[in-house]
Design a binder for this molecule. Structure first.
Ligand code: DC
Length: 213
C-alpha cells in the first residue's frame, strides 16, 4: 500500500459518483478530483482547436499541451472558462472517442497521479481509478444503479431532458467505456460494490466513510 490516502470512486454515468465523491471529500476534509472532467476538458480543447476527435495523433498533442485548471467548481482550459462547455452536448458527444485514445489516457493518468502525490491523496472519481490509476488505493468503491435510475438522475441534472433520450445516450457511453481496449470500465479487484438505486446521498457517504480503514 502506498503512503497516499486515496479513495477511488468508480462507476458508470449516473451512478452517483460525483455527488458521493464530493460528499466524502467534504466529510474528510480531502481534495476532490473529477477525472471525467479532465477527459471532457481535452474533448473541449479538441473541438475548440478544430481538431478531428478521430485524428488520434492530433488529439494526443492536444492532451499533452493543454493548460488545465480544474477546481471543485470550475474548469478553465487554456485560460478560457469551460465549466459549462464541458457538460454541453458537443463535448458529451465527442468525449468517448477522446477517452478511448491510449495516448490521452497515458497523459491524464500521469496528471492524476501527480495531483494525488502533491496532496498526499484525495478523493478521485472516474472509471479506472481503482483498476489503473491507483490499484493500491486506501479504499476502492464501485458505485452502480439501475439503468432507469441513472437515466432519471442525468435527465434531472440536464434540466428536465427526456429520460428516454438521456437513457440512450448513457447506454451508448457505457458501451463505449466498457468495451474500449485500454482501461475499460470494470469493477476493480478489491473494490466494494454499492448499488445506489434506493439509497440517499448521505446514506452512501456514511457507508463509504464507514468503510475506511
Ligand atoms: O464521468 P463523466 O461522464 O464526466 O466522464 C466523461 C467521459 O470520460 C466518459 O465517457 C467516461 C470517460 N472517463 C474515463 O474514460 N476515465 C475516467 N477515469 C473518467 C471518465
Amino acid at each position: 500500500m502506498s503512503d497516499l490516502r486515496v479513495i477511488a470512486i468508480d462507476g458508470p454515468a449516473g451512478s452517483g459518483k460525483s455527488t458521493v465523491a464530493r460528499g466524502v471529500a467534504d466529510r474528510l476534509g480531502l481534495g476532490y478530483l473529477d477525472t471525467g472532467a479532465m477527459y471532457r476538458a481535452v474533448a473541449c480543447a479538441v473541438l475548440r482547436r478544430g481538431v478531428d476527435p478521430a485524428d488520434a495523433d492530433a488529439v494526443v498533442d492536444v492532451a499533452r499541451s493543454i493548460d488545465l485548471d480544474l477546481t471543485r467548481d470550475a474548469c478553465v482550459v487554456d485560460g478560457v472558462d469551460a465549466t459549462a462547455d464541458i457538460r454541453g452536448p458537443e463535448v458529451t458527444g465527442a468525449v468517448s472517442v477522446v477517452a478511448a485514445n491510449p495516448g490521452v489516457r497515458t497523459e491524464m493518468v500521469f496528471r492524476q497521479r501527480a495531483w494525488a502525490t502533491e496532496r498526499g491523496g484525495g478523493v478521485m472519481e472516474g472509471r479506472d481509478i481503482g483498476s489503473v490509476v491507483f490499484p493500491d488505493a486506501t479504499l476502492k468503491v464501485y458505485l452502480t444503479a439501475s439503468a432507469e435510475v441513472r437515466a432519471q438522475r442525468r435527465a434531472g441534472e440536464a434540466g428536465g431532458q427526456d429520460v428516454a433520450v438521456v437513457g440512450a445516450d448513457i447506454e451508448r457511453r457505457d458501451a463505449a467505456d466498457s468495451g474500449r481496449e485500454m482501461s475499460p470500465l470494470v469493477e476493480a479487484p478489491g473494490a466494494v460494490v454499492v448499488d445506489t438505486s434506493d439509497l440517499g446521498i448521505d446514506e452512501v457517504v456514511d457507508l463509504v466513510v464507514g468503510m475506511l480503514p
